[in-house]
Design a protein around this ligand. Structure first.
Ligand code: CA
Length: 322
């Protein structure tokens, strides 16, 4: 007997239509000497969250959500076919936040220096992981510009509450890992931030675009303007996607969810457009707590964000970028 009836062997067509490849099948396990267009690393730390967060579970749910999508883009009439090396999740300390952040930094420093991928997807975790990730990234790849999609500035000081998910960009500026004028914050919301952090952003020349600016100027206009400005000033650009930039209707799984935020189509468009620039080489996705999510909606947006990044890169590779 050659097989069991009605049981579809993985990767083989039993129907007349071709086998529909799922995005999760782009993930392949890391092995020495393997090189690929993309690499993915899980950063499962959320004990550093100011509010209760199970974001440490999100690297798993985001990978799993890739199973819900095909690799085919009808808009571009191409399949995403670039491999994503899955490095797995870095091990954090059970209780020690500072030790965990140091491990994320060291682990990513090792992975980046092996240079097995052209682009990096880093799955949080709460937003504190971006401090470790961007620090390791700039040490390996050069002067970095950061496009941060976020409802919040994340510019709290560490003296009052330690190295939480409210502090990553303040720490990066204080450590001089990035320059204030190379940080672009998009989607900052009213009634979600305090005067001190807005003032700190202004005093350090951080480029801040509120939700009002996103709605009136348009996401592509903002990103094009900032990419052109950063082009001659930095070597590489890192996207930091805090899912709470989205309105609560689109991202119910965020600990800091609320109204007045971005719709998911605008975020997807922004990431795709940004990724079409060759200098963009990495993206983190943070602040999804799968334990409070509804039907994995927020992890599904995250998986789609990854696909839109890949679509932006592939589209740019096959056409002349304007
Ligand atoms: Ca944030």
């Amino acid at each position: 007997m050659s097989g069991f009836r009605h049981l579809q062997p993985t990767g083989k067509a039993i129907f007349k239509d071709r086998y529909t490849k799922k995005a999760k099948e782009l993930l392949t396990t890391w092995s020495p000497d393997k090189k690929a267009m993309y690499g993915i690393v899980g950063l499962p730390l959320s004990k550093s969250s100011i509010s209760y967060s199970g974001a440490a579970f999100a690297p798993g749910t985001i990978r799993e959500a890739l199973q819900g999508y095909t690799t085919y883009s009808g808009e571009q009439t191409f399949d995403l076919d670039d491999e994503i090396i899955d490095f797995g999740d870095l091990l954090v300390h059970p209780t020690d936040i500072v030790e965990s952040q140091q491990r994320l930094y060291e682990g990513l420093a090792d992975i980046f220096s092996a240079n097995d991928s052209d682009n990096w997807f880093l799955l949080g975790g709460d937003h504190s992981v971006s401090f470790s990730a961007i620090k390791a990234f700039q040490e390996n790849f050069g002067k970095v510009g950061v496009i941060q999609f976020d409802a919040h500035h994340d510019l709290r000081n560490t003296e009052d509450g330690g190295p939480t998910n409210g502090t990553p960009f303040r720490r990066l500026l204080e450590d001089m890992a990035i320059d204030g004028k190379h940080l672009v914050q998009i989607g900052i919301r009213d009634f979600a931030n305090a005067f001190e952090y807005h003032t700190y952003a202004r005093d350090h020349n951080v480029a801040v675009y509120t939700m009002e600016a996103v709605q009136t100027e348009g996401i592509e206009v903002i990103i094009r303007k900032e990419m052109n400005r950063l082009a001659n000033e930095v070597d590489v650009i890192y996207l930091s996607v805090d899912m709470d930039v989205l309105d609560q209707a689109f991202a119910p799984g965020c600990p800091a969810t609320g109204p007045g935020g971005m719709d998911s189509g605008t975020l997807l468009r922004g990431v795709r457009f940004a990724a079409s620039y060759p200098s963009v080489r990495a993206m983190d996705i943070v602040e999804i707590d799968p334990t409070i999510d509804i039907r994995n909606m927020t992890s599904r947006v995250a998986a789609y964000v990854l696909l839109e990044y890949m679509k932006g890169k592939k589209h740019a590779a096959k056409s002349v970028h304007g």
